[in-house]
Design a protein. Sequence first.
Lengths: 258, 688
Amino acid sequence: MVIFADVTTCSMKQGLVFNIEEFAINDGPGIRKTVFLKGCPLRCVWCHNPEGLSGEPQIMHGHDGDEVCGRLVSSDELAELLIKDKDFFQMNGGGVTFTGGEPTRQADFLMEVLAILKGKVHTAIETSGFCAEDVFRKILELTDYVLFDIKAVDNDIHRKYTGVDNTLILRNFKTLSFSGKPFVARIPLIPGVNDSLEAMMAVRDLVEGAPGLERVEILRYHKTAGAKYHMVDREYDPPFDTDAVPEIHDVFKHCIIL
Amino acid sequence: MMTERISRLKDFFFNRSHHYVRRTPESLGIDRLCEEYAAKGMPAAERAASMLETLLKEECPFIFEGELIVATRTITSVPSLFTEQEWKALKAEHYLHENGMLSNISPDYGSILKEGLEARKQSFASLAERSDGEEKIFASSVVRSLEALQHLIRKYASCAVQMKDDELAAVLHNVCTRGAGSFREALQLLRFVHYGLWESGCYHNTLGRFDQYIFPYYQSDIEQGHLTKDEAYELILSFFLSCNKDSDLYPGMQQGDNGQSLVLGGRDKSGKSLFNEVSQMCLEASYDLNLIDPKINLRVDSKTPLEVFKLGAKLTRRGLGFPQYDNDDVVIPGLMKLGYSEEDATDYVVAACWEFIIPGKAMDIVNIGALSLAGAVSESVDQLDRFESFDDYYAWLEEDIRRRCIALSKQFTNLYIAPAPLYSAFMDGTLERAKDITLGGKYNNFGIHGTGIATAVDSLAAIRKNIFEDKTMTVEEMREALDSGFEGHEATYRKLRFESPKMGRDDDYADSLATRLLDSFAKGLEGLKNERGGIFRAGTGTAMYYISHATGLKATPDGRKAGEVMPANYSPSMFIKHNGPVSVMKSFAKPSLENVINGGPLTIELDDTVFRNEENVEKLAMLIRSYIAMGGHQLQLNTLNKEKLLDAKVHPEDHRNLIVRVWGWSGYFVELDECYQDHVINRIKYSL
């Protein structure tokens, strides 16, 4: 976790960051730095980063006592910090991945940072795809790589377990697909929710054939997802069997299971 | 791939099924030979030869079913050469390093494998004939020692004949006198030489550049069609296994601290990579065998291909705490700066833990002492009000470090090491000098560990920032807080511990102080000579001092509480908030590590969840390569699972196989003293 100085006056946009992780090796190509932007419009019942849900700074009860989770940072300050590792990223085919929360939730800030990094550092966003279409298009132009989460193609399931309709998500996915931008389709695999063969086939029909698709990544649900809820005074009570092992239907051309 | 034979033998030795052959010196009536020696007034060199003769005469040959590389120790310990009174007298008169026996250097295995024991013996026999006095005693002791080793090999050869293992009998017959004529003979002779060194009471017996001195035998056998790759691999597994048979009998600070380090790869003088097929097989063999010995060091540089790092990373994944990576780009020029010739520096190997030594040539004592840099900074707090600026203060501190270095250097005078005639047979120049290696070699330098580096640097950063720059803390306030162990000084404590710059976060504020401090340490030792004409080498290792130097140390300006541990080796303080391993590497690569090249790795603990798939192993390989490219000198990566370690403390019986890196070596977790167990548990840092 990088602690920033509080920014009071600054012409640049400010964003709320709740973590920066180094040596991120499961968030895109090469060795990356992953920036977690706070705030998410979805309420996925399996979410393992509950501190990323709220778009406001909040108290988190950690091992060393209470701490504020979420720091305001200006886009140039963040970009400068990320550019520091430029050579390291280049050497290792890596770069920066913005995730969250939902990074598009802070679109103006994100776009400013992406614009500064463009041409200097390889960038990726990990997104639920839940954002206004014009915003999504603009962000897509500024980033080099996308990790697009697909929770469920079936809208009822999607609404039930994430709290939002997936029409917009599927439209943005189509935009991504047409853009030719290299991307990874990521499926959080939740037992009894989206691990049926039928659900996987629907994802396959959606993603296969997209020119930019590099591979599908299946992220198996793990019980430790609930580990941080008490730290932000939330209860973890998912409406599925957390002890069940999700079924894996690898129906994809190129898929890895994480 | 492990073969069925090796799996069976591994189980056999791991279950200690061979321990039934062991006898104590007491049971053989040879435990008090020193009294006879003393009564006769026997010179020390003759005692060493006599003792080895007796031990190797008493040794019984045991060849266990399926063994390809033989020789198993049956006598549990090496009796003392001197009586207690004699030791007392020696201690009163001399500086003794550790237990007084020769340790932690590296023989010239290549030459002895080529030349053979008989030829070497004849050389010393002719020296004995033409010399007199001390020299004659020395030369005759070498001859007797080599003869004793040959006697043991003959016993093994007879045993093989009785067992109707003609192939083994032929190997043993040949290596008894001649240089190795095949890959198998080379490994078997190496085993006997190594065995002999242990049985002569020398310890931390390293294995040197194994892949280099063994390769010619491999290449020749393969070319001539005498050996297949699979056979060669099984022989390497056999040799590696043999390093684990008797290792519990080898002396060390803790079980596992036995110094059987083996070096792979590296380059030659022209810069050409020497990583060969044997190097690769060794990395694979170590992975397949999954045992703590030999401890692998991998010499690399900025040009080393990623494939080599991947083999290393795969072995790291095993959780054995090695390979340790050594950077030729930094080590070779660093050693040359200290006066080692280019040829010798290029041929460097690694001592028991991490110290860089020259095989065959150096009689360096690389771990003779340690300077607590944290202690120096801690005590300097009393001087703080004398200075207007940080630079003035630092200039004084640098002089103080110099004073400490000078004082320390004077502690090691009138050094005595018990003669080691067998070891002398395998070192360069002993024949020409007609002197035991313990009396000196081509290089006679002493190494000094600088301990508590991160604690010292963070303390300097806290002093500079809070007292001299921001002026938000008075000297009085800091001193009172430290003296009271922060009792009643909660705000000061938090400011120092959590809000001051720390080394390891890629923050130039702290890191530039690390550069200064390490330069000051190197300068402190510069120009000092030891009584053997050698110099003092500054290093970044800690050995066990990370516990002992921390124990008596009061609270320090970095916010460390009294008695709280310090990090092992060259690592960030244990309580700082890390950004992650990349920042740690960037920070720790900043100082001019060439100047502190005694050795001591950056140590990074990785949670074993890092290795979820092959892709991640490759990314770890990239990370390691990056540290080398940034100019880091040495790197140790450990993979650990905290839950497993905590469980192992409670249920040791369920975790007999659990291996961890302790400081410069790996050991079985359940066999460690509790303070070391706890330290290992507390340093787990990076998980994903």
